[in-house]
Design a protein around this ligand. Structure first.
Ligand code: C5P
Length: 463
């Protein structure tokens, strides 16, 4: 074991040590011993050598804990960040907290520290915390930085590279991935400056989750600005770290696109579904390591990489393909299946003579409902879509019950929304107990968020 002589340390360090020792009523040597003891214990616990993260029983073989630096900004949503500490720990993370000065008006470092199981950091110019760990190590000795809530001010400072407090200095110094969970008044969120800063941060590689739509803390204020729920943020954080393995070993079945129901050899009954959302989901599931089967109607899209595609045309063919592709852990029904098909399919082209023909229709099988009601071989998680033009959430709740699925992703497809065929989507995740409204985002982001939630639900074993 090397010996260390205080005399050999540089003058500035010695001065800080003397001050600290005097403050604690110890000799300088005793102060150094205390610091080394606590640094060793801290390093051991933070590096995974100490006690396990909260939810992992110590007898079981453990994965190395992931380390998350949680920066709590100054907004009313800060109280939810205390729950976020727990959710991150449930996902196997060790959490270290930094509170901005404004955050301390809403939650205390003591509460954050108690939940995290280690002291929370607050001040760039606090010689003790700088001596304990320092903002550079704070920024680097972690696997991921999560900022929740990220206020408009914090976002602006980040986008412009400010470093005038501990949070912004750590953010500027980090070389680790950053996840941002904005929370602010809807007017501040839509302000051009905020959106400009956000675009800059996204271009810099920062991942953004939320904000969601809903009621604000201010009475009578509603809109987009609520911080994403702790569970959503934790799911995104864990997925960012585990990346391509969140669904490893899982089989995911996805339906996508329209169905096309023949009337005669040249005519079909079809719909306007582009398949973009379903294909994005299949791609996101494959990127998360799942074995993916995509059963798709006719679309003008490339097959997603790493996905087994089963092309079909009619609803009956889609049902047969789904049955063939089972068993699966998860089935996601994003296809726009035609509710009816022509009762007769004419062997020859129907000719134009006399009066226009009357086309009799019969009902198609409901694929989602058939699979969700299976007595045996039902996927653990069955997810449907509800494309509505009115009372989106009410209809989605009714659909969840009627079809017997676990989740419904509901969206408003009124022509004014531009969702049909467009690249963006605004969805609500409806479960038996909850409704979550996700912010407008690209269909790729909806897919990624959904797959993160699926991975979390399978890991938790509770849809
Ligand atoms: O009843 P509705 O068409 O609104 O339900 C939409 C959901 O049901 C979607 O998930 C869709 O893929 C699925 N569905 C189905 N088979 C049908 C009709 C709808 O799987 N015949």
């Amino acid at each position: 074991m090397a010996s260390l002589t205080v005399r050999q340390l540089d003058e500035k360090l010695k001065q800080r040590l003397r001050l600290r020792a005097a403050k604690n009523g110890r000799s300088v040597e005793d102060e150094v011993r205390t610091i080394l003891r606590s640094a060793a214990a801290d390093a051991e616990s933070f590096a995974g050598g100490g006690g396990p993260a909260r939810s992992v029983p110590s007898e079981q073989p453990q994965k190395a804990a992931i380390r998350v630096l949680l920066i709590i900004g100054g907004g009313i949503a800060a109280y939810k960040s205390l729950d976020l500490i727990r959710r991150l720990q449930d996902g196997g993370a060790r959490v270290r907290c930094v509170l901005t000065r404004a955050a301390q008006h809403f939650v205390t470092p003591l509460a954050a520290g108690a939940l995290a199981g280690q002291r929370a950091y607050t001040d760039l110019f606090d010689s003790q915390s700088e001596f304990d760990i320092g903002h550079i190590r704070l920024a680097r000795d972690t696997d991921l930085i999560v900022i929740a809530p990220a206020t408009a001010d914090l976002i602006a400072k980040m986008a412009n590279g400010h470093a005038d407090d501990l949070a912004t200095a750590a953010l500027l110094a980090t070389d680790k991935p950053v996840l941002l969970a904005p929370a602010m008044n809807p007017h501040m969120w839509t302000a051009k400056a905020t959106q400009r800063n956000l675009m800059q941060l996204k271009a810099d590689g920062v991942r953004v989750i939320g904000p969601n739509a809903g009621e604000m803390a201010e009475r009578g204020e509603a809109g987009i600005g609520r911080m994403a729920e702790p569970l959503e943020i934790a799911a995104a954080a864990i997925a960012m770290l585990h990346g391509s393995s969140a669904l490893a070993g899982r089989r995911v079945l996805v339906t996508s696109g329209p169905t096309s129901e023949p009337l005669d050899p040249v005519r079909v009954l079809a719909n306007r579904s582009s398949g973009k959302q379903g294909h994005a989901i299949a791609a996101a599931a494959a990127a998360a390591g799942a074995d993916v089967v995509l059963i798709s109607g006719p679309v003008k899209l490339a097959d997603p990489p790493g996905v087994t595609v089963m092309p079909i045309e009619t609803a009956q063919q889609m049902l047969a393909a789904v049955e063939k592709a089972l068993p699966a852990d998860v089935a996601i029904f994003a296809a726009a299946v035609a509710d009816w098909r022509p009762r007769q399919v004419s062997a020859n082209k129907i000719k134009k003579h006399g009066r226009p023909p009357t086309i009799a229709l019969i009902e198609n099988p409901d694929i989602l409902s058939t699979i969700a009601h299976k007595k045996s071989g039902r996927p653990r998680l069955v997810i449907g879509f509800a494309a509505e033009t009115a009372d989106v959430i009410g209809n989605a709740k009714a659909k969840l019950k009627k079809k017997g699925c676990d989740w419904v992703l509901a969206n408003d497809v009124s022509p004014a929304t531009g969702i049909m065929g467009g690249d963006r989507n605004t969805v609500h995740l409806v479960t038996a107990t909850d409704v979550e409204s996700w912010p407008p985002q690209s269909k790729d982001d909806v897919a990624r968020t959904l797959i993160e939630r699926v991975a979390l639900a399978l890991a938790d074993n509770k849809p």
